[in-house]
Structure formats: C-alpha cells, structure tokens
Design a protein around this ligand. Structure first.
Ligand SMILES: [Zn+2]
Length: 278
C-alpha cells in the first residue's frame, strides 16, 4: 500500500523533473509558463497531463498537432517512480528517506540534461551542494576518514561536527579528485580535448556533500569504470565514436544513485574482504 503511494508521488515528481530537464539548461523558469506541446506550443490540458497515463492513452502523440512526443517524458516519470520506491525500500519511513529522495531526483535531472545537451546546470548543483551540507546537520554523513584523523590527533569532535566535516571533506574530495582526473586525461590526451567539464566537478561536489568520502570514491570508481568501458567498446565497435563527446556526468549520476542506495553494502563487503574493516 505504502509502495503505491510512493510510486504515485514518484510519477508526479517525475513529471516535474521533466520540466526541469528541458528548462533548467536554458535558464527558463520551472514554474511558468504552464506545460505546452514542444512542437505546436498548444498548452497541455490538465487531463492530458497525468503522468505516464496520458502518454500511454495518447500513444505518445500531441492531441492537437498529433506530433510525436519524446518517450523520454514517460521514461523519466516511470524511472522516478521506480527509484523512489527503491529508496523507500532501502530507508523506510525515516528522515534519510527525504534526504535520499531529494538526491536521487536531482541526479535524475542531471543524468538527463547531460545526456540530452551535455549540460549540468549550476542551478541544480549549487543548490545541491548547499543542501547536502544542511542535511549533514541532521542526518549523519559517513565520517570515518575524518573520525580517523581526529582520533590520531587526539581531538574529540561531537557527532554533528563530524557529520558536517564528513559532508565537506566528501565534497572537496569528490570535486578535487575529479578535477585532478580531468586534468590528467587532458594532459595525457596531448591537451587536445577536454574530457571532463566543470559541470562534472560540480556534480561530484554535490555527490560528495551528500554521501561523504567513502561512497564518493565508490561513485568515481564505478562511474569512470562504466564510462570508460562503454566509450572504449563503442569506439572499438565503430570508429565514428572516436570523436564522440561522451556524457560522463550521466555515468557519474547513475553511479551516484547506485552508491546512495546500495553502496554501503558493497563497501562493507569490500572492507571485510580486504581485511580493512576489522
Ligand atoms: Zn502539439
């Protein structure tokens, strides 16, 4: 029953995320004007604006001009519903549920803006970085690296300070490491082409402020790995992909969603296996 409620919320939020995906990269308002057909500009009637249902009933076409509406609208709505259900499954009814639903939804927007237009709007990332730090006052961020350093220095830090520092170090490491990786690729590539844009750095600052150091490193590892494997195999399969501009933010965003929902399990398993976790 609760899952159905979460799914319904997901569809409605997904519909709003679609508006963000189209309008934020163009710096347009996400509140006005009302939704209209991207082809004929006719305003969409309220009964044609029901998430997923309207798309299926109208078979992906505009009621007025019968032009084909991108299936992305339906995909984003269904995906948001599924991911919010997964978030609910992971965290239950808890303060964490709100934090991670917000993160997952911001990441969905960035995954699709990068995929569509190679844009990662600062409107989302700057807002997200601040929000991650604010959340860290109420919901503990993984702060083991900070705690370890504080211990060695004989410092006693209260829980809240540790958590906030966990968010800040996560952001600095995420953004910093990613900036370094981008520079390394740039130099290795003979300074010919920028592989990673500043948007990717901002994305990782945001992920870091929500997830803390360990899960941010997992995100970078999985995102770079997935991006490299896909880019390499596609380039080998078809040479025309050699100069293709890959949306690395999309890979990082997907990796961050995975890290937020299932990363701790993978991380603990790795720490046990390597003997680092004690
Ligand atoms: Zn139309």
């Amino acid at each position: 029953m609760l899952y159905a409620v979460v799914a319904a919320f997901g569809l409605v939020f997904g519909s709003f995320l679609n508006v963000c995906i189209v309008r934020l990269p163009r710096k347009e308002s996400i509140l006005t004007p009302r939704s209209h057909c991207p082809l004929c500009n006719h305003p969409i009637r309220w009964f044609d604006n029901i998430p997923l249902v309207s798309y299926l009933l109208l078979r992906g076409r505009c009621r007025d001009c019968h032009g084909r509406i991108s299936p992305r609208y339906a995909i984003v709505e269904a995906l948001t519903a599924l991911l919010l259900m997964a978030t609910f499954h992971r965290f239950g009814l808890s303060p964490e549920l709100i934090k991670y639903c917000v993160l997952v939804m911001m990441l969905i927007v960035l995954v699709f803006t990068d995929l569509r237009e190679r844009r990662i709007p600062h409107a989302v990332t700057v807002f997200g970085i601040s929000l991650g730090v604010v959340f860290s006052f109420f919901i503990t961020v993984d702060n083991r690296p900070v705690g370890w350093v504080a211990d060695r220095m004989g410092l006693f830090l209260p829980g809240t300070a540790l958590s906030v520092l966990g968010a800040i170090t996560g952001a600095l490491l995420g953004g910093g490491l990613f900036y370094a990786v981008g520079e390394a690729f740039y130099i290795l590539g003979g300074r010919q082409k920028e592989y990673l844009g500043f948007g990717d750095v901002m994305l990782m600052l945001m992920v870091g402020s929500f997830l803390g150091v360990p899960l941010t490193m997992l995100t970078i590892l999985l995102g770079s790995l997935a991006g490299s494997v896909v880019a390499l195999s596609m380039t080998l399969a078809a040479p025309r992909f050699r100069d293709y501009h890959w949306p690395y933010g999309t890979f990082l965003g997907i990796a961050a969603i995975y890290a937020a929902l299932d990363g701790p399990r993978l991380l603990e398993a790795y720490l046990r296996w390597s003997g680092l976790g004690g």
